[in-house]
Write a protein that binds this ligand. Structure first.
Ligand code: NI
Length: 177
């Protein structure tokens, strides 16, 4: 168990396409996922991708529990997802605010597909196949972008809607992904 350092935008590892995981349930994968979990919990994030802690492999975790402090936040089941494949189920996109643990202190308005199917496996190689919408769909797209070397600022279409959290949302605690 370890809380790892999260790489920040500018680090070349965040721009790499991550490699597929070939072996499941190994000590290496289990330790990686435990470290990602500990790091995400410590930073109160909604999601984390392995490249963010310097491991360029196709592993993401995400999840949002109901929290009294953010009663409007949609719950997302805690998920460990390896080798994900996303298929949009609509052309409809929705703009909403996002933050990222690798882009601390900032928030931007990002377009995402409103509905999609995602497939992959868990850390033991068990298949995952879900159709989701709303915030769940947004988080999955944000995390899986990390595996393609894409950070959310690269998706922003209106840079007037990109700025410092403390300026745009004073006093608010918001989750990063
Ligand atoms: Ni992120």
């Amino acid at each position: 168990m370890a809380i790892r350092t999260v790489l920040k935008m500018g680090d070349p590892i965040l721009l790499k396409v991550a490699s597929k995981v070939e072996k499941f349930g190994t000590l290496e994968i289990n330790t990686l996922i435990q470290d990602m979990h500990d790091t995400m919990e410590a930073l109160e994030g909604a999601g984390l991708a392995a490249p963010q802690i310097g491991v360029s492999q196709q592993v993401v975790i995400f999840g949002v529990k109901f929290n009294q402090r953010y009663p409007d936040a949609e719950e997302v089941p805690y998920t460990v997802l390896l080798n994900p494949v996303l298929t949009p189920l609509t052309q409809e996109v929705e703009q909403d605010w996002e933050g990222c643990l690798s882009v601390p202190g900032l928030r931007g308005m990002v377009p995402r597909f409103t509905r999609l199917r995602y497939r992959g496996v868990d850390q033991y190689g068990k298949p995952i196949d879900r159709t989701v919408g709303g915030f769940h769909a947004r988080v999955v797209q944000h995390e899986c972008d990390h595996l393609q070397g894409i950070l959310y600022p690269m998706r922003i279409t209106d840079f007037r809607l990109f700025g410092y959290t403390e300026v745009m949302f004073p006093g608010q605690m918001l989750v990063d992904e």
